[in-house]
Write a protein that binds this ligand. Sequence first.
Ligand code: GLC
Length: 731
Amino acid sequence: MKIIGIIFSLIFSLIISLNGQSWTEAQIDSLIDQMTIEEKIGQLTLFTSDWATTGPTIRENYLEDIRSGKAGNIFNAHTAAYNERLQKVAVEESRLGIPLLFGYDVIHGYKTIFPIPLAEAASWDLALIEKSARIAAEEATAGGLHWTFAPMVDIARDPRWGRIAEGAGEDVYLGTLIAGARVRGFQGEDLAAPNTLLACAKHYAAYGAAQGGRDYNTVDISRHTLWETYLPPFKACVDADVATFMTSFNDLDGVPASANTYLLKDILKGKWNFQGFVVSDYTSINEMVAHGYAPDNKAAAMYAFNAGLDMDMQGAVYYNHLEELTAQGNVSEKAIDASVKRILKMKNALGLFDDPYRYSNAGREERIILSEENRAAAREIARHSLVLLENKNQTLPLSNSDKIALIGPLADSPIDMLGSWHGSGQADDAISLVKAFGALNKDFTYEKGCEIEGMDSSGFAAAIDAARSADKIVMVAGEHFNMSGEAASRASIRIPKIQEHLLRRLVDLDKPVILVLINGRPLCLGWESENVDALLEAWQPGTMAGYAVTDVLFGDHNPSGKLPVTFPVDEGQIPLYYNMKSTGRPMDPNQKYTSKYLDAPNAPLYPFGYGLSYTAFEYSNPTVDKSEMTTSDTLTFSVTVTNTGSSSGHEIVQLYMHDLFASVTRPVKELKGFSKIFLEPGASKNVQFTLALEDLKYYNSELEKIAEPGDFLFGIGRDSNTELNLKVTLK
Ligand code: GLC
């Protein structure tokens, strides 16, 4: 057997050296024909390295599995040297020498960490978002990686759900555009280039609709809602040629996503003709037993594979049961060959058959990772992600002559600037506000005041003393980085009590108080919004956090971010998002029998699309070029935006629509366009949007995408509270 292995290995390396380029489909087919069933199943197996795990590790000694061809893919292994070492085991010690695929969670940066995805979404800047993913791919591939488990494209409308931090927020239109931008950023123009990564659309599907915002919880939604709200960002990934998909942990209408034939075969590989491969989430196949869907792992393996799930992440259920299932005729080897081919084609697309070591370039790693250019880009993107929520009496921007008391547990906490899923980003590389204030020669005194959580107020006195002798108070408050992200749902989404108590003491000093929020989700900020003078949502801004926040606080960058997700007044309002339905009894404060609460408003504290600027923008003369349209017409909208303030700045102009009557009730508003513009003081710009019939379509009860004759209202403005004052009738 050993001799045969050596012969195959020689033939294999001869093929590589002869054609010096990626393989043809026939060559891949020929390789599959030579593979044993064990080696085929190895290509369907993904194990974590023992470097870092994102969940319980089932197997640790994976080197033997690589040598025997029983593990063809590894995740959580990185750096050029470490991955080269593992690759050599696969290429030079296994019988067929098939290269490993190295995956990792490069969610918002590899070493240079960018703002969390929810923060980047607040920039509404598709070019910056794509650039962020591009730089992440540059660094990750320099670190020996081939594949990222991103973008996470789950629409999320429940801020109790910690993973809202990882996506693009609540809106389908914005989320769909951002999904495509992130895939293009990671995958670039050519997967064979050494600086491009396979992307992974996750978590398929509707993971963000977990009941109660409790992670991993049941998802029970209509197919109409699935198609209308949760699938479009995934379809955008397919349209952007995403290489892989990842199934979600949740069941969908009673069927776990990892065994969901409707999702995997009918939609993804069928209707959408997806040609990449599908990986499970971490042991999500095994979890069918806990779901009460499979009696044991062997059955789970059969259900998952036959539903169209190609690769098993960390569960070892394909590893342990697929050969027997094939021998028993429960799984066809032909189907296994098809899955193996999907995976080998992706390895081939990366150029790994041409040169398995092309991503292990230590010189490139040294040159690219955490470069000044990448840090500068991270600072710029973070600046654009910040959202100014309050600025009473123009408290901000601060002046360099201001003596500042910089207070709070998140003012000097580098790790918390990085947010969840910061991969191999290091706290030592992150810039806190204290560090930035010092480096930028601000006149400040820092006092922590208290911890992020707990009951210890012993630091209050020093903080209050510092505040007493300052002109203005900047309190940096919010969440620890692991209070959002995976397995981090919160029933109460408020600033932890100890921080609120300190803030109240600072407000009592009757000095200007600026509250800077470091958090991975919307928070309920009723008291804060009424009692502080300025409120800046900084999210978790990444490695360059301190500089970006300081740039905005002192006016070196005029904030332009707009919320990609609604901030409720109270948790009791959740789910709360801008494009809800009218209901048959729309809220009327003067009528008892209408849809409202006795003890809370219907309206949010801050709506989707909201964000202030240091300058002021005036909208005038909104028009549409026709009041009636046929199915072959387009609509052209325009509005004049004028910077009536005293500083230049960006404004995100938004176009909303309401389809007044339809065979399926429609949301009261839908974002249908946006444009980010820059204006000098006094300047004006005519902003235009063009819509076609496709933009007026929706899914009817038969899940057909249609547009129906009838009246539509449109509005152009600064956030989702925009008045809809332009009427068009579709004939
Ligand atoms: C986790 C996450 C998923 C991640 C995977 C690998 O459980 O759900 O988003 O990509 O495991 O780390």
